[in-house]
Design a protein around this ligand. Structure first.
Ligand code: SF4
Length: 386
């Protein structure tokens, strides 16, 4: 896709490019973006819940950073604003690069954190005009080391804080075309979201909050490589949030070769957790599958995937949605290549014939929103930014 990419100005007209806050400030003060009104009242008892809602709204909807608390907020006492301003601050991420596909409305963002790490997010157009989803990163790097993944090659640098996850979404939303809005969020960028579960769940609680980001929980998807405890927690704590499962392969031994986490959590153990999620929530999961030429794209893999889909349906009573996602090369020495269109069609036909039809994804920009971690390899390298 690089030849189809155009670079956008780093800041829309009238908006200054943002610098990340100083490390000292970030380490000392809580970030107000990560608070629901209830949590803010618990932290700053001097304010009322009604005032907390208005302050949270100001923080999320007025793009003035710390200055959000430097001007009066209607119906909020001055003493309340001052108490919150003493308690926390409003940091942000620096926008380093904004890349738009020339072929479709996908836009990829590279951000820099206060301590110099790079993270990515992708703006994904939805079918209904003006609606967008944001694919966000949850970690800098990833410890799970899936062999086809650029992010996994970095190892885990650190977890992203809840506010850093939320800022990716806010910044993407701020730069949407006129009339556009963030309708959904997909935790499918850099990192394994359920390995940073506390912060991801905190971010989800703010996403859903009407005075903050007001995203319908049913439009949020958490995609995991397969951490059973996290999947069960998602079912109980956020039963309206959807689950995606990045499979690698439905053949246990092949899955272990592609995704080392499968040596710790066997395919059947994850399968049971995903069944539990579907039974508890009534939601069908998404099975994400990325065919790699000559690795997991032959008839035996298609048959195993179809069998897994049928077994899932029998066990849970829900039919999973199967999404076959094109592979993005992750560098010059990448040992994997994308399956040819003919072979991908044959793979789909086998699935369809065996009762597990796949949904054809968008072409072009959908590449940048591939299976978790794939983001990192497309055209920007997620190493530290000077
Ligand atoms: S595919 Fe996902 S879980 Fe696997 S290494 Fe990449 S980011 Fe981590």
């Amino acid at each position: 896709m690089p030849e189809a990419v155009i670079r956008l100005p780093l800041a829309p007209s009238g908006m200054a490019a943002e610098a990340p806050p100083s490390p000292t400030l970030v380490e000392k003060l809580p970030a107000l973006q990560a608070f629901t009104p209830e949590a803010l009242v618990a932290a700053v008892p001097a304010i009322t819940l009604r005032e907390a809602r208005k302050i949270v709204s100001r923080v999320h909807h007025t793009r003035i950073g710390q200055a959000a608390l430097a001007t009066p907020i209607p119906e909020v006492r001055r003493v309340a604003i001052e108490a919150v301003a003493r308690f926390g601050h409003v940091p942000t991420l620096a926008v380093v690069e904004e890349q738009a596909s020339a072929l479709d409305p996908f836009v990829k963002y590279l951000f820099r954190t206060h301590d110099g790490h790079a993270v990515e997010a992708v703006r994904i157009p939805l079918e209904k005009t003006g609606r967008f989803s944001v694919c966000v990163s949850s970690q800098v790097g990833c410890a799970l080391g899936c062999v086809f993944c650029a992010t996994g090659k970095l190892g885990l640098k650190r977890n992203l804080e809840a506010w850093e996850i939320l800022e990716q979404i806010r910044i993407v939303g701020e730069r949407l075309p006129a009339g556009g809005r963030v309708h959904g969020v997909v935790f499918q960028g850099m990192g394994e979201p359920l390995a940073n579960a506390d912060r991801v769940f905190q971010a989800i609680s703010v996403l859903k909050e009407p005075s903050a980001m007001s995203v319908d929980a049913r439009a949020i998807t958490v995609t995991t490589s397969g951490l059973p405890a996290g999947i069960r927690r998602l079912a109980s704590q956020e039963p309206k949030v959807r689950l995606g499962w990045s499979l690698g392969s439905a053949l246990p031994e092949a899955r272990k070769r592609l995704m080392p986490i499968a040596k710790t959590h066997a395919l059947d153990e994850v399968f049971d957790a995903v069944v539990h999620h579907a039974q508890t929530t009534g939601l069908s999961p998404l099975f994400a599958y990325t065919p790699l030429a000559g690795v997991n794209d032959d008839a035996s893999h298609a048959e195993a995937l179809a069998a897994l889909v049928r077994r899932f349906e029998e066990a849970s009573g829900r039919r999973p949605r199967v999404s076959v996602i094109p592979y993005n090369a992750i560098g010059a020495d990448d040992p994997f290549t994308r399956t040819s269109p003919e072979r991908e069609d044959a793979f789909r036909e086998i699935l369809s014939a065996l009762g597990a039809p796949t949904k054809k994804r968008y072409s072009g920009g959908s590449d940048v929103a591939a299976a978790c971690g794939q983001l990192a390899g497309a055209s920007m390298t997620p190493t530290q930014v000077d």
